[in-house]
Design a protein around this ligand. Structure first.
Ligand code: 5GP
Length: 186
């Protein structure tokens, strides 16, 4: 039996990362689940940590890794590249853990179609409303044109929620964590 792969997608601002961070702080959770750390070419946000939130690399380094077949999947999101290193899958398998990937809808749909190992479960995380999403994106203090691009992307991504096995509406964090954990643990 292969490792179960859970794919979490949803627009930036839907709260995927917060939900996952909350789950990984729970006792026991990390015994059964491992999360991937992606490579990205985007700029580090103030509170992010190298190697924990992402591995921050230049476009040149990223493309060299891609060339060497280092990624399980990779995509361009807005203006930057993101990729999931392959080695997490082997590590999760070794440690008999399920693997959680937080990736965009294109990456999610790609893996659902092409990954032939293990079992794949796809979960779409959504903000309750467009205005709530806008509020969450603005709090990140990103530039106006970045927010505009990400809102446009969110609209596109929402169209894909129908192809996911589960949808979790992140209205309040406590309920959403509970809903997500239930899906992951069944
Ligand atoms: P952010 O810049 O807000 O951290 O992420 C932007 C989008 O890229 C999010 O939807 C996030 O889930 C996605 N993303 C992060 N890492 C990866 C990855 O390795 N592959 C793909 N396809 N998407 C990723």
């Amino acid at each position: 039996m292969g490792t179960t792969i859970f794919i979490l997608s949803g627009p930036g601002g839907s709260g995927k990362t917060t939900l996952l961070n909350t789950l990984f702080r729970k006792k026991d959770f990390a015994k059964h689940f491992m999360r991937t750390v992606s490579f990205t070419t985007r700029e580090k946000r103030p509170r992010e940590k190298e190697g924990k939130d992402y591995f921050f690399v230049s476009k040149k380094e990223f493309l060299a890794c891609k060339e060497k077949n280092f990624f399980l999947e990779s995509q361009k999101v807005v203006d930057d590249y993101y990729g999931t290193p392959k080695y997490f899958y082997a590590k999760a398998k070794d440690e008999h853990k399920s693997l959680i990937l937080c990736i965009d809808v294109k990456g999610g749909m790609y893996l659902k179609k092409h990954l032939k190992v293990g079992k794949i479960v796809t979960i779409f995380i959504s903000a309750p409303t467009r205005s709530e999403l806008y509020k969450r994106l603005t709090v990140r203090a990103e530039k106006k044109d970045v927010i505009r691009k990400r809102l446009a992307l969110a609209k596109q991504e929402l169209q894909f929620s129908r192809y996911y096995d589960y949808v979790v509406i992140n209205k309040d964090i406590k309920t959403a964590v509970h809903d997500l954990e239930k899906i992951l643990r069944t």
